[in-house]
Design a protein around this ligand. Structure first.
Ligand code: PGA
Length: 258
């Protein structure tokens, strides 16, 4: 299975800055076999970055951070996944900031996952418990609920096109005080995810679904998270905005891959 290194730039960088940053990255990263490097800029930067990548036939991929689940229609201010066709290869769906700041529910998210699959954009469905849920011992229940809720429109065949990202909400943005998740705890949750996927789709399919880890990944801890059994890549926020760090993490992924 491929290893995925996904940089989520969130609401940072102007279009111009995004382009300059990508240029800088492209000079430093040499995509390796089996390694999928993806960046998720602001939606308005997708098109210029797409052109930049296409011009040099780069293998670096683009992800959209969010979209609206209907294809077309009277939805002022929204961008649909159909409109992103040809611009984004992946779509981050259900990031905790979407769930908790913008109130996205499992119902919205299952429609988004289905819409992405329908439009040949690979969904990266994010799941993870909050600090409170963790403290109340609800991690397993939350993981199962978010998986079942987000995937309920996806059948076995479509599931082959879906990626899951486990991001404990309490571990996101350590630069703002979040705690780092212990690799052993992450390993437990990854097992729960894989088992639940097996319960829904069967063991064989479940083994083929990429599961990424996200939450304050940096060059110092990337190796530890990447070597957790069942982890197939990383979703990186803060560190993806620092080119030295992002490049370091990619190098680590290459080493781990052997
Ligand atoms: P972080 O963000 O790496 O800054 O913690 C991860 C994410 O929100 O996807």
């Amino acid at each position: 299975m491929k290893t995925y290194i996904v940089g989520n730039w969130k609401m940072n960088l102007t279009v111009g800055e995004s382009s300059i940053y990508l240029q800088k990255l492209l000079k430093r990263i040499k995509p390796a076999k089996g390694l999928e490097i993806v960046v998720a800029p602001s939606i308005i930067a997708l098109q210029p970055l797409r052109m930049q990548l296409d011009k040099i036939k780069s293998k670096v991929k683009l992800a959209v951070q969010n979209f609206y689940q209907k294809e077309y229609g009277a939805y002022t201010g929204e961008v649909s996944v159909a409109q992103l066709h040809g611009l984004a290869d992946y779509a981050i769906i259900g990031h905790s900031e979407r769930r908790y700041i913008f109130g996205e529910t499992n119902k919205d998210l299952r429609q988004k996952v289905a819409a992405a699959v329908r439009n040949n954009i690979t969904p990266i469905l994010c799941i993870g418990e909050t600090e409170n849920e963790k403290n109340f011992g609800e991690t397993v229940d939350v993981i199962k609920d978010q998986l079942n809720g987000g995937l309920s429109e996806i059948d076995v065949e479509d599931m082959k096109k879906v990626i899951i990202a486990y991001e404990p909400v309490w571990a996101i943005s350590s630069n703002k005080g979040a705690r780092l998740a212990a690799p052993d705890d992450v390993a437990e949750s990854i097992k729960v995810i894989r088992n639940e996927l097996a319960a829904i789709y069967g063991k064989e399919i479940a083994e083929e679904i990429p599961i990424l880890y996200g939450g304050s990944v940096n060059p110092n801890n990337a190796g530890a998270y990447l070597t957790i059994p069942g982890v197939n890549g990383l979703l990186i926020g803060g560190s993806s905005l620092i080119s030295d760090h992002f490049v370091d993490i990619i190098e680590t992924a290459k080493r781990v891959q052997g």
